[in-house]
Design a protein around this ligand. Structure first.
Ligand code: MG
Length: 350
């Protein structure tokens, strides 16, 4: 065999240039290509020192989220595409909770040495997918080496001045309402961590995994709630009890929730026995549902619920009332009212 005979087992030229040897410049170029195709308003996208965009003379909404490997996500249960999608959806959800629209995004990545280009391409693909769904464009970013994967997404949005909804405006007598259903994301996490995946191939299993890995930011719903004179609003990222506690504190009021009215994710109801979880507990304390929690004047609730269903196909549920004073209380099935510590589901468990 002469030296010039091609050896079928030798790595091809393309393979030798594969991931580990990809330079940072090449990776940046690849990412830019994935992010090209700018939405209206982008004057200059990725590639210069900074992006240039147009914003309407409204209020500008700014938010940033950071996800750290093994703290906020696990690469053995979540795909890079899902991590990318979720990182954008999370920040978009914060814009939605102000009653705003997302317009532009910036991405910062910390990548451990040896991260495959393919992994990063999938991650960016998921980001692009979420950005496209919300009509926003990712206009720039930065890369650095890090000990663990770090994914940070900044979103710039806008909201008409009189339509911005804060956490701090709830008043005694307002109704407490929530979009969609709760507990599904926590159920999906429990399912993804169960071994073997109990029910992963069932319909409820698919639904729960989608809630965990493909959260939907309630942008249109947030605007509809703002239009229904919502007095306060927050997105549920850390669980109903905790996020409602935040809203009450910021507003300087108390609140009471009727547990029987809390909308538990139907897929969670169905899978609860297989997963060995308490569905109402997950609905109250499980995070990452990214539903919107708002307070509305009592006479707005019915019309707001009809509008959300008609425009977005999303249910709006009245779960309780704002009252004077402070603290979060829950009324159980027996009609008894008890204080609800933010993490303290124990009072109602069992
Ligand atoms: Mg939030």
């Amino acid at each position: 065999v002469s030296e010039r005979t091609p050896n079928p087992d030798a790595p091809s030229h393309a393979a030798r240039r594969a991931p580990a040897t990809t330079s940072e410049d090449e990776l940046v170029h690849t990412i830019r290509r994935l992010l090209s195709g700018n939405a209206p308003g982008v004057v200059l996208g990725p590639g210069d020192d900074a992006a240039l965009v147009e914003l309407r003379p409204w209020l500008t909404v700014l938010t940033v989220d950071m996800l750290v490997e093994d703290v906020d996500f696990e690469t053995d249960t979540a795909s890079p595409r899902d991590i990318g999608y979720k990182s954008v959806a999370m920040s978009v959800s914060d814009v939605a909770a102000m009653g705003g629209s997302p317009r532009y995004g910036l991405v910062a990545l910390g990548l451990p040495p040896g991260t495959e280009t393919r992994w990063v391409v999938e991650l960016i693909g998921g980001m692009r997918e979420a950005a496209d769904e919300h009509g926003m464009s990712i206009v720039g970013g930065d890369l650095s080496r890090a000990e663990r994967l770090v994914v940070s997404v900044t979103v710039v949005g806008e909201v008409a001045t009189e339509r911005a909804v804060r956490r701090s405006g709830a008043r005694p007598g307002d109704r407490i309402v929530v979009t969609g259903t709760l507990g599904g994301a926590a159920g999906g996490l429990a399912l993804s961590r169960s071994a073997p995946h109990r029910g992963a191939t069932t319909e409820w299993g698919h639904a729960l995994l989608a809630r965990q890995f493909r959260p939907v930011a309630r942008v249109g719903e947030g605007q509809s709630l703002a239009g229904a004179n919502a007095t306060a609003m927050i997105d549920i990222s850390d669980g109903l009890a905790k996020d409602l506690g935040r809203l009450l504190r910021e507003s300087g009021v108390g609140g009471v929730v009727r547990l029987v009215d809390v909308p538990v994710d139907p897929a969670l109801q169905e899978g609860a026995v297989s997963l060995d979880v308490d569905p109402v507990a997950l609905a109250m304390t499980g995070g990452e549902d990214f539903e919107l929690l708002a307070t509305l004047p009592a006479d707005e609730v019915q019309e707001a619920a009809a509008r959300l269903m008609e425009r977005h196909g999303t249910p709006l549920t009245d779960i309780g009332e704002i009252r004077e004073g402070s603290g979060l209380f829950a009324v159980g099935e027996d009609g008894d009212e008890q204080p609800l510590a933010e993490e303290g589901w124990d009072h109602f468990a069992g």
